[in-house]
Design a protein around this ligand. Structure first.
Ligand code: DQA
Length: 146
């Protein structure tokens, strides 16, 4: 396979489908990931998934990506708005990052308008629900294949 994508989901995203479906949609994370796997495999690109509710575990997973992952797609959930540790880990590994949010964070509460991930990201996709992840995988595949 031509490359390797890592998709990271942060806190509460394991509850997709159950959690505020009016905002986040009705699909669960497993079915979203299954669709992403099909999409990337069509493009001959390997993909793996990681979800955690714990900041340090996300930092550890980002560090472990060094040398074996070509693009990180990350929805850090609430950590997006304040985790300097995740920001620093992404900066340290220097792997291209695509930031994802299901909701349009800029149309929501003011505390969601700022992301500490955005300044490091090659680009970001927000507001399209589960489709945001698919668009991110398409972008990641383009970044890898050129
Ligand atoms: C989110 C937006 C965040 O503000 C929120 O804390 C989440 C999900 C999104 O995907 O829209 O957990 O990242």
């Amino acid at each position: 396979m031509a490359g390797h994508i890592l998709v990271i989901n942060g806190p509460n995203l394991n509850l997709l489908g159950v959690r505020e479906p009016g905002i986040y949609g009705e699909k669960n994370l497993e079915s979203i990931n299954q669709e992403l796997k099909e999409l990337s495999e069509q493009k001959d690109i390997q993909i793996e998934f990681f979800q955690s509710n714990h900041e340090g575990d996300i930092v550890d997973r980002i560090q472990a990506a060094l040398g074996n992952i070509n693009v990180i797609i990350i929805n850090a959930g609430a950590f997006s708005h304040y985790s300097i540790a995740i920001h620093d880990a992404l900066k340290a590994v220097n792997i291209p990052v695509i930031e994802v949010h299901l909701s349009n964070i800029y149309a929501r509460e003011p505390f969601r308008h700022h992301s500490v991930i955005s300044p490091l990201a090659s680009g970001g996709i927000f507001g399209f629900g589960p489709l945001s992840y698919k668009l991110a995988v398409i972008a990641a595949c383009e970044l890898i294949t050129g």
